[in-house]
Write a protein that binds this ligand. Structure first.
Ligand SMILES: [Zn+2]
Length: 183
Protein backbone atom coordinates (compact mmCIF):
# COMPACT_ATOMS: atom_id res chain seq x y z
CA UNK A 1 0.00 0.00 0.00
CA UNK A 2 2.75 2.41 1.00
CA UNK A 3 4.66 1.52 -2.20
CA UNK A 4 1.63 2.43 -4.32
CA UNK A 5 1.24 5.78 -2.55
CA UNK A 6 4.88 6.66 -3.30
CA UNK A 7 4.41 5.61 -6.92
CA UNK A 8 1.33 7.83 -7.27
CA UNK A 9 3.20 10.74 -5.66
CA UNK A 10 6.13 10.16 -8.00
CA UNK A 11 3.85 10.31 -11.06
CA UNK A 12 2.26 13.54 -9.82
CA UNK A 13 5.65 15.21 -9.28
CA UNK A 14 6.85 14.10 -12.73
CA UNK A 15 3.70 15.51 -14.37
CA UNK A 16 4.13 18.81 -12.53
CA UNK A 17 7.77 19.07 -13.60
CA UNK A 18 6.83 18.32 -17.21
CA UNK A 19 4.20 21.07 -17.13
CA UNK A 20 6.72 23.51 -15.68
CA UNK A 21 9.29 22.68 -18.36
CA UNK A 22 6.63 23.18 -21.08
CA UNK A 23 5.77 26.62 -19.70
CA UNK A 24 9.42 27.71 -19.52
CA UNK A 25 10.20 26.43 -23.03
CA UNK A 26 7.11 28.15 -24.51
CA UNK A 27 8.00 31.44 -22.84
CA UNK A 28 11.57 31.22 -24.20
CA UNK A 29 10.33 30.56 -27.74
CA UNK A 30 7.81 33.39 -27.52
CA UNK A 31 10.56 35.88 -26.76
CA UNK A 32 12.94 34.41 -29.37
CA UNK A 33 10.27 34.71 -32.11
CA UNK A 34 8.68 38.10 -31.54
CA UNK A 35 5.35 38.68 -33.33
CA UNK A 36 5.52 40.14 -36.87
CA UNK A 37 5.77 43.92 -37.06
CA UNK A 38 5.78 45.55 -40.51
CA UNK A 39 8.80 47.60 -41.63
CA UNK A 40 9.53 49.82 -44.64
CA UNK A 41 10.65 46.65 -46.48
CA UNK A 42 7.03 45.41 -46.17
CA UNK A 43 5.73 48.64 -47.68
CA UNK A 44 5.02 50.37 -44.37
CA UNK A 45 4.89 54.16 -44.60
CA UNK A 46 5.13 55.40 -41.00
CA UNK A 47 2.49 57.89 -39.91
CA UNK A 48 3.84 61.40 -40.40
CA UNK A 49 6.35 60.38 -43.09
CA UNK A 50 5.86 62.22 -46.38
CA UNK A 51 6.23 59.88 -49.34
CA UNK A 52 5.49 60.80 -52.94
CA UNK A 53 5.32 58.82 -56.18
CA UNK A 54 8.84 60.07 -56.97
CA UNK A 55 10.33 58.17 -53.99
CA UNK A 56 11.34 55.08 -55.94
CA UNK A 57 13.79 54.00 -53.23
CA UNK A 58 10.80 53.44 -50.91
CA UNK A 59 9.48 49.84 -51.27
CA UNK A 60 5.84 51.04 -51.02
CA UNK A 61 6.48 53.02 -54.24
CA UNK A 62 8.99 50.80 -56.07
CA UNK A 63 6.62 47.82 -55.61
CA UNK A 64 3.82 49.54 -57.55
CA UNK A 65 2.88 48.45 -61.06
CA UNK A 66 4.91 50.86 -63.29
CA UNK A 67 1.79 51.61 -65.38
CA UNK A 68 -0.10 52.76 -62.26
CA UNK A 69 2.87 54.79 -61.06
CA UNK A 70 3.27 56.47 -64.47
CA UNK A 71 -0.46 57.28 -64.69
CA UNK A 72 -0.43 58.70 -61.16
CA UNK A 73 2.63 60.82 -61.90
CA UNK A 74 0.96 62.21 -65.02
CA UNK A 75 -2.13 63.05 -62.96
CA UNK A 76 0.09 64.56 -60.26
CA UNK A 77 1.79 66.84 -62.80
CA UNK A 78 -1.57 68.09 -64.12
CA UNK A 79 -3.06 68.48 -60.62
CA UNK A 80 -0.06 70.57 -59.59
CA UNK A 81 -1.36 73.25 -61.97
CA UNK A 82 -4.44 73.41 -59.72
CA UNK A 83 -2.16 73.79 -56.70
CA UNK A 84 -2.60 70.19 -55.53
CA UNK A 85 0.02 67.76 -54.27
CA UNK A 86 -0.07 63.96 -54.01
CA UNK A 87 1.12 62.29 -50.82
CA UNK A 88 1.07 58.51 -50.68
CA UNK A 89 -0.10 56.94 -47.41
CA UNK A 90 0.04 53.37 -48.73
CA UNK A 91 1.17 51.67 -51.92
CA UNK A 92 2.62 48.19 -52.37
CA UNK A 93 2.41 45.97 -49.25
CA UNK A 94 3.84 42.53 -48.51
CA UNK A 95 1.32 39.74 -47.90
CA UNK A 96 2.55 39.56 -44.28
CA UNK A 97 1.86 43.27 -43.79
CA UNK A 98 -1.63 42.90 -45.32
CA UNK A 99 -2.40 39.96 -42.99
CA UNK A 100 -1.13 42.00 -40.03
CA UNK A 101 -3.46 44.89 -41.02
CA UNK A 102 -6.38 42.47 -41.27
CA UNK A 103 -5.59 40.87 -37.88
CA UNK A 104 -5.35 44.35 -36.37
CA UNK A 105 -8.75 45.32 -37.84
CA UNK A 106 -10.30 42.08 -36.56
CA UNK A 107 -9.02 43.00 -33.08
CA UNK A 108 -10.36 46.54 -33.45
CA UNK A 109 -13.86 45.61 -34.66
CA UNK A 110 -14.00 42.31 -32.74
CA UNK A 111 -15.48 40.92 -35.96
CA UNK A 112 -13.78 39.40 -39.00
CA UNK A 113 -16.86 40.19 -41.12
CA UNK A 114 -16.70 43.93 -40.36
CA UNK A 115 -12.87 44.02 -40.58
CA UNK A 116 -12.96 42.57 -44.09
CA UNK A 117 -15.13 45.47 -45.28
CA UNK A 118 -12.13 47.72 -44.63
CA UNK A 119 -9.12 45.44 -45.10
CA UNK A 120 -8.91 42.81 -47.84
CA UNK A 121 -7.30 39.42 -47.28
CA UNK A 122 -3.72 39.14 -48.69
CA UNK A 123 -4.88 37.03 -51.66
CA UNK A 124 -7.51 39.65 -52.64
CA UNK A 125 -5.69 42.90 -51.86
CA UNK A 126 -4.68 45.04 -54.84
CA UNK A 127 -2.04 46.62 -52.57
CA UNK A 128 -0.22 43.27 -52.34
CA UNK A 129 -0.05 43.02 -56.15
CA UNK A 130 1.10 46.65 -56.44
CA UNK A 131 -2.10 47.71 -58.21
CA UNK A 132 -3.43 50.24 -55.67
CA UNK A 133 -2.31 53.47 -54.10
CA UNK A 134 -3.84 55.48 -51.23
CA UNK A 135 -3.37 59.26 -51.41
CA UNK A 136 -3.99 62.37 -49.35
CA UNK A 137 -4.95 65.18 -48.88
CA UNK A 138 -8.70 65.23 -49.36
CA UNK A 139 -8.62 67.90 -52.10
CA UNK A 140 -6.39 65.61 -54.14
CA UNK A 141 -8.79 62.71 -53.56
CA UNK A 142 -11.70 64.79 -54.89
CA UNK A 143 -9.60 65.91 -57.88
CA UNK A 144 -8.72 62.30 -58.73
CA UNK A 145 -12.33 61.17 -58.33
CA UNK A 146 -13.34 63.88 -60.82
CA UNK A 147 -10.44 63.71 -63.29
CA UNK A 148 -8.70 60.35 -62.71
CA UNK A 149 -10.44 58.56 -65.61
CA UNK A 150 -8.45 60.74 -68.04
CA UNK A 151 -5.44 58.72 -66.91
CA UNK A 152 -7.30 55.42 -66.40
CA UNK A 153 -7.34 55.98 -62.62
CA UNK A 154 -10.48 55.16 -60.65
CA UNK A 155 -11.74 55.03 -57.08
CA UNK A 156 -12.68 51.35 -56.81
CA UNK A 157 -14.31 51.06 -53.36
CA UNK A 158 -17.23 53.28 -52.37
CA UNK A 159 -16.08 53.36 -48.73
CA UNK A 160 -12.43 54.27 -49.55
CA UNK A 161 -12.23 57.77 -51.03
CA UNK A 162 -8.42 57.62 -50.88
CA UNK A 163 -7.88 54.32 -52.72
CA UNK A 164 -7.15 54.38 -56.47
CA UNK A 165 -6.37 51.77 -59.10
CA UNK A 166 -5.91 51.64 -62.86
CA UNK A 167 -9.39 50.45 -63.81
CA UNK A 168 -10.15 51.87 -67.26
CA UNK A 169 -8.42 53.02 -70.44
CA UNK A 170 -7.07 56.59 -70.33
CA UNK A 171 -10.08 58.77 -71.19
CA UNK A 172 -12.43 55.86 -70.49
CA UNK A 173 -15.25 55.45 -68.01
CA UNK A 174 -14.61 54.09 -64.52
CA UNK A 175 -16.45 50.87 -63.67
CA UNK A 176 -19.10 50.95 -60.98
CA UNK A 177 -17.41 50.96 -57.57
CA UNK A 178 -17.55 47.96 -55.28
CA UNK A 179 -19.31 48.69 -52.02
CA UNK A 180 -16.25 47.72 -49.93
CA UNK A 181 -13.20 45.45 -49.82
CA UNK A 182 -15.34 42.42 -48.94
CA UNK A 183 -17.74 42.86 -51.87
ZN1 LIG B 1 -6.01 51.27 -50.42
Amino acid sequence: MRGLTFLALGICVTALLAALVTIVVNATFASAFAPFAPTAADGLIPEGAIVTLADEDVPAISGLDPALRDAMRQAETDAAAAGLSFEVTSGWRSAEYQQWLLDDAIDLYASEEIARQFVATPDRSSHVTGDAVDVVPIDTQFWLIEHGARYGICQTYANERWHFELATEPGGVCPEMKMDAAA
